[in-house]
Design a protein around this ligand. Structure first.
Ligand code: ZN
Length: 239
């Protein structure tokens, strides 16, 4: 059965942190939702690939998504090459997502901006009818959204109200104990310990929520114009 929405990101936990609330919200609407992690995050300072995979599955259960897969591409060396593009393209053909959420195309971490390009080009390849050696039937998603929450300097095209989903999203993020909850004394100096993560998570979601007059929000960017049919009943008040 085809997916309605597929979120693709570089590392397990990127999706939860950037668009977890939106995935929960769309699931509540009855859509079929999926997550595709491109790497297992094995190059991270904390947690092994196996631990992170277990955490990702636990988080998927909290989010309530229908599918979560991992392409197992090399973490920290996520190159935009033919092999990797084809791996993404075959997955797109298999899952047939109507819309995809990709990471914003710029960022501090090379894996994040590479993931954006790799996923975009993979989606494009998936639709080519005459591409040799690519498994599955030609298919291309009809909409690409970019999750911009990692970069507060980006002005989003729209913000999704995730106030009702915020707590559930928080629980999903907390599944990544190896990343945010150092167990031993030697591990206490992690770059982003749990208390800081929670503060930052809360601050960003509140900041973007404020932009649309609600408690919590997740921002997105689309490259195309947004069509409006009713200019009388538009959401977000001016006064
Ligand atoms: Zn990441």
């Amino acid at each position: 059965m085809p997916l309605d929405l597929l979120a693709i990101a570089a590392h397990p936990d990127d999706v939860e942190l950037s668009c977890g609330g939106t995935l929960i919200k769309m699931k509540k609407r009855g859509y079929r939702i999926g997550i595709l992690d491109l790497t297992r995050g094995e190059a991270g300072t904390r947690g092994s690939a196996a631990i992170r995979l277990r955490e990702a599955q636990a988080a998927a259960r909290v989010l309530g998504v229908d599918y979560r897969g991992n392409l197992g591409l090399p973490d920290a060396r996520l190159d935009v090459n033919e092999t990797n593009k084809r791996a993404v393209a075959e997955k797109i053909r298999e899952l047939e997502p109507h819309a995809v959420i990709l990471p914003y195309w710029e960022g501090r971490h090379p894996d994040h901006y590479n993931a954006a390009r790799l996923a975009y080009e993979g989606c494009f390849l998936a639709g080519l009818k005459r591409l040799r050696g690519l498994r599955g039937q030609p298919f291309r998603p009809s909409k690409v959204l970019y999750a911009t929450l990692y970069d507060a300097n980006v002005r989003p095209t729209f913000v999704v109200d995730i106030s009702a989903e915020y707590e559930q999203r928080r629980q999903a993020i907390l599944c990544y104990a190896s990343q945010f909850r150092p167990k031993t004394r030697t591990q206490t100096r992690v770059p982003l310990p749990l208390d800081q993560l929670e503060t930052r998570m809360e601050l960003l979601a509140r900041y973007f929520g404020q932009m649309i007059g609600v408690p919590y929000g997740e921002p997105f960017l689309v490259k195309e114009m947004i069509q409006v049919d009713d200019v009388v009943r538009m959401s977000v008040r001016s006064f």
